[in-house]
Design a protein around this ligand. Structure first.
Ligand code: GLY
Length: 258
């Protein structure tokens, strides 16, 4: 099934080494390795039938390769978010130019102060969006998002996060009613209606896989998750994200898919 035609990514900058990290994964990113891994990520995306728009690295923002956070792109509109992390404020202004290549001004919406919202907290399931209330996404940000989505006939529901950074750190939708869930999301009633694939704790990072037009991209080094995804009938591609993991970045964080 083809759903996505385009992807926007931004190359990692040398300052990635100073990216925000909660310390779950040890070490500092190796820039040269991150560059190689990013190129492999782009190749994997291309294999899934999408046009990849590549933005240049931006040294002012260590986490700027995680383009999923400063924007949310839906089938009907694009929403420029308002990052909650201090060091990421300003990234939203730098993504507008790329978004404008695909959306006219009247279809570009904005989350404004005092609302904060990061795209990693938003999970799309058809025309419904689950949004994590987190350290990065506040009540006002969710209120504004709900209002914007309603304007386009789409809906939103809040999920309170207790442990993880972003909603999609621990849960991801693979289409066809299938959902990868780890940690706090295993028992949350919000997701009862889905076919939940429970991720073991030692592979929790791989809850962040991405569905790309029928293929699922899985991070390297997580055999249980890889098999579980293949058992669901998906084709898979494996990409090494070890350098991004050190600053809490996953496969979904590295792209905007639409
Ligand atoms: N390092 C990714 C983030 O914290 O936003």
């Amino acid at each position: 099934m083809k759903k996505f035609n385009n992807v926007i990514v931004r190359k990692p900058c040398r300052a990635l080494v100073d990216g925000i990290s909660g310390g779950t994964y040890e070490g500092k990113p190796d820039y040269e390795k991150a560059v190689v891994q990013h190129a492999a990520y782009r190749e994997a995306l291309k294999k899934c039938g999408v046009e990849v728009t590549v933005l240049e690295a931006d040294e002012r923002y260590p986490d700027s390769c995680f383009v999923e956070d400063p924007a949310l792109i839906t089938s009907k509109c694009a929403i420029i978010t308002n990052p909650g992390a201090e060091s990421r404020k300003g990234e939203e202004k730098e993504i507008i130019g790329a978004v404008k290549k695909f959306f006219s001004d009247d279809k570009i919406e904005f989350i404004k102060d005092p609302g904060t919202l990061e795209g990693g907290d938003v999970m799309m399931v058809g025309d419904h969006f689950y949004v994590g209330r987190s350290a990065r996404t506040n009540e006002e940000g969710i209120r504004q998002l709900t209002e914007i989505l309603a304007k386009y006939g789409m809906t939103c529901s809040e999920v309170k996060l207790e442990e993880v950074l972003h909603l999609k750190t621990g849960i991801n939708y693979l289409e066809d009613n299938n959902m990868l869930v780890s940690g706090e999301f295993v028992t949350k009633p919000d997701f009862e209606k889905f076919n939940k694939v429970e991720i073991p704790e030692d592979e929790a990072y791989a809850a962040n896989c991405i569905w790309m037009n029928g293929t699922v991209i899985v991070p390297e080094g997580y055999p249980t998750v890889l098999k579980a995804v293949q058992d669901l009938g998906y084709k898979t591609l494996v990409v090494d994200t070890s350098e991004y993991r050190k600053v809490d970045g996953g496969l979904s964080c590295l792209s905007l898919r639409f």
